[in-house]
Design a protein around this ligand. Structure first.
Ligand code: DLL
Length: 434
């Protein structure tokens, strides 16, 4: 058995050999055990027994979220239900929920994948891992929990919510690593400050493993300043496992894919063509060793790129860039593609503007109007109308030059944007008929 670090330092050719062997087994298992995959492979003329290289996988058809929905709940399971030990589901915010099933081995691999985040944070048995992603069907809570256990940490299963109690436990237990969404981490920090605490001094946190939603670099530095810790970005999705598909190391220079478990391609979302390393496109994932619900060329709708070259940390698993957002979150404003996280990045360069915002979509005649509602810091003098107007104007003009398109800006009072314990709702669509 190799140690975690040995696996993470394997020569890349060896990782590719593991991937090829695993992907061969995956496509055959899918073909032989799942009626849907058999039909889809046959229709596309893809012969799973003839796969000889990872490039050959390009002959396989894509799997989409719609396919997962159409086969709800068990249609894509490749093992008998008696071998399935746990079930999770996506929140279903964009439609019917999708289901993830895990065999005992899938659960162990999941724990190992998330534990890499703790390894990247130079953590282990001496750490107290405070998990405040939601437990339950959402993969965040239990995924981080299994990761904490696999890394040997003392793991505290807080789940999300009851923020004042989170703060008490963080202080009293001396938690060193916190796992939750970045927006919930910000809410915990802000609540602690309101309670008269200084999260940088009163907590013992040294790392936060945050993900499940996009967050800008400026949002990250704001968090790091407040807690005096380091934020590592963790990516994952219910359809392929949950958190731990890719995680940032201490270099914060991209998220290392767990390449011994996932084979990644980046495609042009319009043509489906595979793009070379370095180019931005949609991430497509194939399971290398998933047993319960293996996926072949699953279109994640998440936009990223493979970062070319090696990471300064010396680990060999390739990195994806931090995610801009999903193809379905992308706003098309008068023909220009804009992700909410880009708006957040510009907004966060202004002093006095907090990390809380919402983007409202309305319609005026036949025109879509995009309004950024940005909340100011609690100590901002909100009664000074002239200051507010001036700030609005300056943000508006910065947006125009950064995004090449005009959006409306409205400064709102502290605490007026709803706080979330899980994923933040950044875009509110008020257009009729949408
Ligand atoms: O959000 C799994 C997860 C839990 C990841 C905890 C990280 C931490 P779903 O609810 O199925 O699963 O949502 C998956 O969330 O396709 C992305 O669009 C988005 N997402 C996840 N991680 C990130 C991230 C979990 N680090 C969807 N940055 C994905 C940006 C992310 N977006």
């Amino acid at each position: 058995m190799m140690t975690q670090e040995e696996v993470l330092h394997l020569p890349h050719e060896q990782i590719e050999a593991i991937q090829l062997e695993g992907v061969k087994k995956t496509v055959i298992a899918c073909y032989e055990n799942v009626e849907f995959h058999k039909r889809a492979f046959d229709e596309a003329g893809f012969d799973p027994y003839a796969l000889e290289s990872l490039d050959d996988l390009q002959k396989a058809p894509f799997l989409t979220k719609q396919d997962l929905r159409d086969n709800y709940p068990y249609g894509l399971f490749a093992v008998p239900l008696s071998d399935v030990k746990e079930i999770h589901m996506s929140s279903g915010t964009t439609g019917v929920a999708t289901v993830g099933g895990y065999t005992q081995r899938d659960l162990e691999i999941w724990g190992d994948c998330f534990a890499r985040g703790i390894t990247y944070a130079n953590g282990g048995p001496d750490d107290i891992c405070h998990v405040c992603y939601g437990y339950g069907l959402f993969t965040g809570g239990l995924g981080a929990h299994y990761g904490g256990l696999a890394a040997g940490c003392t793991t505290i299963p807080m789940s999300a919510g009851n923020t004042e109690r989170q703060i008490r436990v963080l202080r009293e237990m001396g938690s060193t690593i916190i796992c939750c969404t970045p927006s919930y981490a910000m809410h915990i920090a802000d609540t602690a400050i309101e309670m008269g605490l200084d999260p940088a001094k009163d907590f013992s946190l040294r790392a936060g493993i945050h993900g499940a939603e996009p967050f800008s670099d400026n949002f990250r530095s704001d968090l790091e300043k407040k807690f005096d810790y380091k934020v590592l970005d963790v990516y994952g999705l219910t359809e392929t496992m949950g958190p731990g598909v890719a995680i940032e190391c201490w270099e914060q220079d991209g998220l290392h894919l767990a390449e011994d478990h996932f084979f990644a391609e980046i495609i042009d979302p319009a043509t489906g063509k595979v793009l070379p390393d370095g180019e931005w496109g949609e991430l497509v994932l194939t399971s290398v060793d998933r047993e319960a619900v293996p996926v072949v060329r699953y279109r994640t709708r998440d936009i990223t790129r493979i970062i070319p070259g090696e990471c300064a940390c010396g680990r060999t698993h390739r990195r994806i860039d931090r995610l801009h957002g999903r193809t379905d979150d992308m706003l098309i404003i008068r023909g220009v593609n804009v992700f909410p996280s880009q708006i957040e990045d510009v907004m966060k360069t202004f002093d006095g503007v907090s990390s809380w915002y919402q983007i409202e979509l309305t319609r005026k005649g036949s025109l879509d109007v995009v309004t950024l509602k940005a909340e100011v810091d609690p100590d901002f003098d909100f009664d000074q109308m002239a200051t507010i107007q001036n700030l609005q104007k300056r943000i508006k003009s910065a947006m125009k030059s950064a995004l090449s398109v005009g959006i409306e800006v409205k400064i709102v009072e502290p605490k007026s944007i709803p706080r979330s314990e899980g994923k933040a709702k950044r875009v509110v669509d008020l257009r009729e008929g949408e």
